[in-house]
Design a protein around this ligand. Structure first.
Ligand code: GLA
Length: 393
């Protein structure tokens, strides 16, 4: 009798977990899209900047193009109150009111914390307060949590475990699982974004600790070198991405000024081929027409958001990437990755991407049908740039 009660209890707990896992995956059935404050505003971000981003998201058409999350990154945190509850600092007078403001515009609200005592910027982390913080986030109306390792490395160091790979990996994984459980108990569906820079092959265990996305690399910066190194090095991770759980090669730099339009088109295209989260990182209230046309290219966004949820992969030694799409279509992106100034032609043989016979082609940056292709197509992407096609039969 006791045993069967126990079995029932285990089964019930198991189905609860399963239910939570299915619900969580549903939150990110396609890669999350939105905006994050860090790349542009960094540690200077204020409540007013976030409200302006939410307003701009609506006014510019970003929301209607699919960008939904308005995410405050590091430096919103203040000191805890006497009961240990996290409070925001003076640049963020009222987080609940800010979340309400974002929600009133048909958007979702994201926040940031660390499993360590301190965040990367030295603000208050969630170490030892996970349950309490998860409850606070739920009460504020948070929809997305980026959980950034940083300060936990100090804890690992204090325990002299930095050279004990097995123990430090286990601690990291446990810390992410702990917040996952706290979020589940908090009762509000919250997209869970793991940020530990791709350490310990997070793509192998990110799903098991409830991650909807996990950073695969160190921080991006607004240069072609940084973006290309990160983006093109994602080859091989494709088998870990699936609906609900995505590789995250970090946020977009489009519109921040360190790259030219061809290079920013490369980031947008490559991230779409990678089924990567699309989190804009620029000042949305000051976008020029070129930036808007890149961030809001609906044909490229449709590739990123394709419901089959298969991450694209590199074909052969050149930077030719192919992504299978729902209904048997394929996206192909041909990048000019050579550093010399003379753009080189690249030929794609249709049989190399699995086609026989005639194939329809559409150029997703020119917004132009190319008619029917036979055997092959040769394109010459500009220096640092890309030609992106949709192919179907
Ligand atoms: C780390 C993360 C960044 C950003 C900063 C904030 O470096 O990788 O994306 O969140 O911390 O301090």
């Amino acid at each position: 009798m006791v045993a069967s009660h126990l079995t029932l209890a285990v089964l019930w707990a198991g189905s609860l977990t399963l239910g939570a896992a299915a619900q969580s995956a549903q939150l990110a059935a396609t890669p999350p899209m939105g905006w994050n404050s860090w790349n542009h505003f960094a540690e200077k971000v204020t409540d007013a900047d976030v409200r302006a981003a939410a307003d701009a998201m609506v006014a510019t058409g970003m929301r209607d193009a699919g960008y939904v999350y308005v995410n405050v990154d590091d430096t919103w945190e203040g000191e805890r109150d006497a009961a240990g509850n996290i409070r925001s600092n003076s640049r963020f007078p009222d987080m609940k009111a800010l979340a309400d403001y974002v929600h009133a515009r048909g958007l979702k609200f994201g926040i940031y914390s660390s499993p360590g005592p301190k965040t990367c910027a030295g603000f208050e982390g969630s170490y030892g307060h996970e349950e309490q913080d998860a409850r606070t986030y739920a009460a504020w109306g948070v929809d997305f949590l980026k959980y950034d390792l940083c300060g936990l490395r100090d804890v690992i160091g204090r325990q002299n475990l930095q050279d004990d790979r097995a123990k430090s990996s286990a601690m990291i994984r446990e810390a992410y699982e702990k917040m996952h459980q706290a979020l589940v108990r908090g009762g509000r569906p919250i997209v869970y974004s793991l940020c530990e820079y791709g350490a310990d092959s997070v793509w192998e265990w990110g799903t098991a600790v409830g991650g909807n996305l996990w950073r695969t690399t160190d921080d991006i910066s607004d240069s072609f070198r940084s973006m290309a190194l990160i983006g093109f090095s994602q080859a091989g991770l494709e088998r870990y991405a699936k609906p609900g759980h995505w590789n995250d090669p970090d946020m977009l730099e489009i519109g921040n000024g360190g790259m030219n339009a061809d290079e920013y088109r490369t980031q947008m295209s490559l991230w779409a081929m990678l089924a990567a989260p699309l989190l804009a990182g620029n000042d949305l209230s000051r976008m020029d027409e070129t930036t808007k046309s890149i961030l809001m290219n609906k044909e490229v966004i449709a590739i990123d958001q394709d419901t089959l949820g298969v991450q694209g992969s590199r074909q052969g030694p050149l930077q030719v990437w192919v992504r299978p799409l729902a209904n048997g279509a394929k996206a192909v992106a041909l990048f000019n990755f050579v550093t010399d100034d003379v753009p080189q032609p690249i030929t794609l043989r249709l049989k190399d991407v699995g086609y026989r016979g005639l194939v329809h082609a559409r150029d997703l940056w020119e917004h132009k049908d190319l008619g029917m292709l036979k055997d092959s197509i040769t394109v010459t992407p500009p220096k640092g740039g890309v030609v992106m096609l949709r192919l179907w039969q």
